[in-house]
Design a protein around this ligand. Structure first.
Ligand SMILES: [Zn+2]
Length: 162
């Protein structure tokens, strides 16, 4: 049901109503708004669409919600673009916050805005960096004890002095 259709219907109903009744000009607005809200209630609540939808029409996802999530990317349900994270895309391309985006499509709180592999990679990277720090520190210590020789730790070379 488009706004245009609704307007036409309101106009039709109103004109036939005004033809048969004496409405004072002051009441015309009230009559029309009554007709409009009755029609709107009928057309949106009348079971035209079997799915439960809030009054305003929500956009249809261009990608299936399930298909939109891949380990390495998440597709924007509004335009189908794939991104590692939709956060920035939603803001720049659609002027939406992730919360509004979820509401728009009725997405579950668990629906990833950021590709699962990407967030995993990031936490893995963070871990690696943390470990790297420790490894580097250990290496530095070893270097100090062994002089300035750089040897891979797995080297099977015989220890020169012990
Ligand atoms: Zn998009």
């Amino acid at each position: 049901m488009t706004d245009e259709t609704l307007k036409t219907m309101v106009a039709d109903v109103a004109s036939s109503y005004f033809e048969h009744s004496h409405v004072s000009p002051d009441d015309i607005a009230a009559v029309i708004s009554t007709i409009a809200s009755s029609l709107a209630a009928v057309t949106t609540g009348g079971g035209v669409t079997p799915q439960k939808e809030e009054g305003q029409s929500s956009p249809k996802p261009v990608v299936g919600i399930r298909a939109s999530v891949r380990p390495d990317s998440v597709a924007c349900l509004l335009c189908g673009q794939r991104h590692k994270t939709l956060r920035r895309h939603l803001r720049t391309a659609h002027d939406l916050e992730p919360r509004q985006y979820r509401e728009l499509f009725g997405l579950k709180p668990g629906y990833p805005i950021t590709a699962p592999a990407y967030s995993e990679a990031r936490s893995a990277l963070a871990k690696e960096l943390g470990l790297g720090h420790r490894a580097a520190a250990a290496k530095a210590k070893g270097k100090g004890a062994n002089g300035r020789k750089a040897r891979p730790p797995s080297s099977a070379a015989p220890t020169p002095t012990e």
